[in-house]
Design a protein. Structure first.
Length: 308
């Protein structure tokens, strides 16, 4: 197994986390250990890195690649880090990284069913357990399917695509990625099909639903912030506008002070910020990185520091 993952915004992540050689750091989405290995390289005696991932392939690959460093990889989702780190006696920590992108291995390994470019079983499970994409598209209602495509994929033709999928599955179940891709194409106007591959948004939406990505993100942000020590930093890389909106909104909430009405002569709520922004605006890849790694084009990095 070759688990490839090109770390996005690597130097920006390292700078944002402000690595201390004796610090404790968490990579909540360790993947192929691209970011983790560079963090672990900067640690000395007393320093430690804990990597989380729900994909058993990633856990195996990262464990092997981090074997020579002060690092431990655990087979858990990142929203479980508070419990896991407390049990390990490692909380609070100096920094947490969440890279929310799908790894290159998951996209390129045809059998995982994430890609609409090759025919494969309709899977899309990051954990390789639980409900598959095949289960989802063959069982949920047309209304719910349209909601998923529109909400998670921001797909303008969500209703017509959902209608085509439901019509097709009444004749026979949908089993493969290319079967689904053809149905998606049949649900959009021809001019859209000529302009670009119309499958991206729908595949993305179904993947998000299958893996409960937004639910895990909401819980995972809370878990990550809860394990930070004062002065510790949280860095999050998003690849989807809705993900970035969730992160931006939560960061703003942690950084907000007084919430009294503006016409109050003085503060009575007593609220003080829990954190401060390290990056006022999201950091995006530069031209050099985009030229080397096209998959980084939608990446955005946000960083904050816990202040109390």
């Amino acid at each position: 197994m070759e688990f490839q993952h090109v770390p996005v915004l690597l130097q920006e992540v390292l700078d944002g986390l402000a690595i201390r050689p004796d610090g404790i750091y968490v990579d909540g989405t360790v993947g192929g250990a691209g970011h983790s290995r560079e963090i672990a390289k900067r640690l000395t005696a007393g320093g430690q890195l804990i990597g989380f991932d729900r994909d058993p392939d990633a856990v195996a690959a990262a464990t092997e690649r981090l074997a020579d460093y002060p690092a431990t990889v655990v087979h858990h989702n990142y929203d479980e880090m508070q419990t896991v780190l407390t049990e390990m006696g490692l909380a609070p920590v100096d920094g947490v990284l969440l890279d929310l992108g799908v790894s290159s291995h998951q996209l390129d390994e045809e059998s995982r069913g994430f890609s609409y470019h090759a025919d494969a079983p309709l899977d899309m499970r990051m954990s390789q357990t639980g409900m598959t994409a095949e289960d989802l598209v063959n069982t949920i209602s047309e209304e719910e399917l349209a909601r998923i495509l529109f909400t998670y994929g921001e797909e303008s033709f969500a209703r017509s695509i959902a209608r085509r999928i439901v019509q097709a599955r009444q004749e026979k179940p949908i089993h493969t990625t290319l079967e689904l891709a053809e149905l998606i194409k049949s649900g959009v106007p021809q001019k859209v099909r000529r302009m670009k591959n119309p499958c991206k948004k729908s595949f993305q939406a179904i993947r998000i639903a299958v893996n409960g990505e937004f639910e895990h993100l909401e819980a995972g942000l809370q878990a990550a912030f809860s394990v930070l020590k004062v002065g510790g930093r949280l860095a999050v890389i998003t690849f989807h506008s809705l993900e970035d909106r969730m992160v931006k909104r939560q960061f703003a909430a942690w950084c907000q002070g007084c919430i009294c009405p503006p016409d109050f002569p003085q503060c009575v709520c007593g609220r003080t910020p829990e954190a401060k922004l390290v990056t006022r605006k999201p950091i995006v890849p530069g031209e050099a990185e985009l030229a080397q790694n096209n998959r980084s084009r939608s990446a955005k990095l946000r960083v904050l520091e816990r202040s109390r």
